[in-house]
Design a protein around this ligand. Structure first.
Ligand code: SF4
Length: 343
């Protein structure tokens, strides 16, 4: 960034808002984000100033979500959050996984929101639109700081991640647990290496994630696994489901939930293009199975039935408390809708 003026200097604000970023991208594409920091992982990180930290949601067992970042370098091809990147005038394909917005002031904003007398200490869910433990969290530590603020504010949390880095934050997660309650859901859709490699290119190995679950449980944190999403043809066979369930049980998970993949808007176009490119022979079957956003209920029932049998077999019948993302997934509740997304 040497040798040129910061892009947003003329706006009179040290850090642009997400709206500033969206307007800039609209005018000149993501290459116009000349202040975005390109790091060793080749992703670009654009710091932004958020106006609110907590976003209200409808139709979920929790009322609030918190996402310190937007976009996710884990880059799972099935990710339902891909479509949210369109809010920033970016695409749900490469840009979702390579242009990450970092809410630089999210901790301070959250602190102010929790200080409001009207705050009712309702459950706050992390991981609904981005992974709070994607690699950049090692640098910014925004998730960790937010958790600390929530512990002080005696606010319960639910968190879903694919990032083993969460083990770093056992101490603050325990603080939240003692102050108000915390449930961690590690997302491990499958332990099948081939499916992992092709579907979740930027994530840690599934067994590394399961070892993180073991470490969290040993530390006294309510941690379990979400086998979500189960992706037809990639991770849905009985033998793959059984291997995954056994590995989850072997690593001491306290609960397990699952859901079959659904495809909506930007995620659908991305996933179908991915199939066409990498697995063209699967495309016709997918077009039939996903005539709508969800596969037919008969298919979903069959998969859920197999999972239930395996849960019994491996002693994993306990579900997460009902105030968590895990419970929502386990109950087959639809994805959280961001309501009144705050620019
Ligand atoms: S880790 Fe989660 S948020 Fe990130 S790409 Fe994968 S599914 Fe999406």
């Amino acid at each position: 960034m040497t040798g040129r003026l910061p892009l947003f200097l003329d706006l009179g604000t040290p850090t642009p808002t997400t709206r500033d970023v969206a307007n800039t991208v609209k005018r000149g594409g993501t290459s116009a984000l000349t202040d975005a920091d390109r790091r060793a992982d080749e992703a670009r990180y654009q710091e932004v100033a958020c106006r609110s930290a907590l976003n209200p949601v409808n139709g979920m067992p929790f009322k609030w979500t918190l996402n310190p970042y937007r976009g996710c370098t884990h880059g799972c091809h099935y990710c339902f959050a891909r479509r949210y990147h369109v809010q920033f005038e970016m695409n749900s394909d490469d840009e979702f996984a390579s242009v990450i917005l970092v809410k630089r002031n999210v901790v301070d904003v959250l602190r102010k929101e929790l200080d409001r007398p009207a705050w009712k200490r309702e459950v706050v869910a992390f991981g609904t639109a981005t992974d709070p433990y994607q690699p950049i969290e090692g640098h910014y530590r925004l998730t960790r700081e937010c958790l600390a603020v929530l512990a002080t504010g005696r606010t319960p949390i639910g968190l879903i991640t694919k990032g083993p880095m969460i083990v770093r934050d056992r101490d603050v997660l325990l603080d939240v647990t003692r102050a108000a309650g915390a449930t961690v859901c590690m997302s491990v859709p499958t332990v099948d290496e081939e499916a992992w490699r092709v579907l979740e290119p930027g994530t840690a190995h599934p067994l590394q994630r399961l070892r993180a679950v073991r470490a969290l449980v040993d530390a006294g944190i309510n941690a379990g696994v979400l086998m979500s999403p189960i992706v037809p043809g990639f991770s849905s066979s009985r033998s793959k489901l059984e291997r995954t369930m056994k590995a989850i049980a072997d690593h001491g998970a306290r609960f397990v939930g699952c859901n079959v993949m659904y495809l909506q808007d930007g995620t659908r176009s991305h996933f179908m293009a991915f199939l066409e490119r990498e697995f063209p022979s699967m495309l016709p079957r997918y077009e039939r199975l996903y005539a709508t956003k969800y596969p037919p209920s008969s298919y979903r029932k069959e998969v859920h039935g197999m999972v239930r049998v395996l849960q019994q077999r491996y002693g994993l019948t306990r579900r997460a408390e009902t105030n968590t993302t895990a419970a929502a997934e386990a109950e087959g509740i639809k994805d959280p809708e961001q309501v009144g997304f705050a620019w």
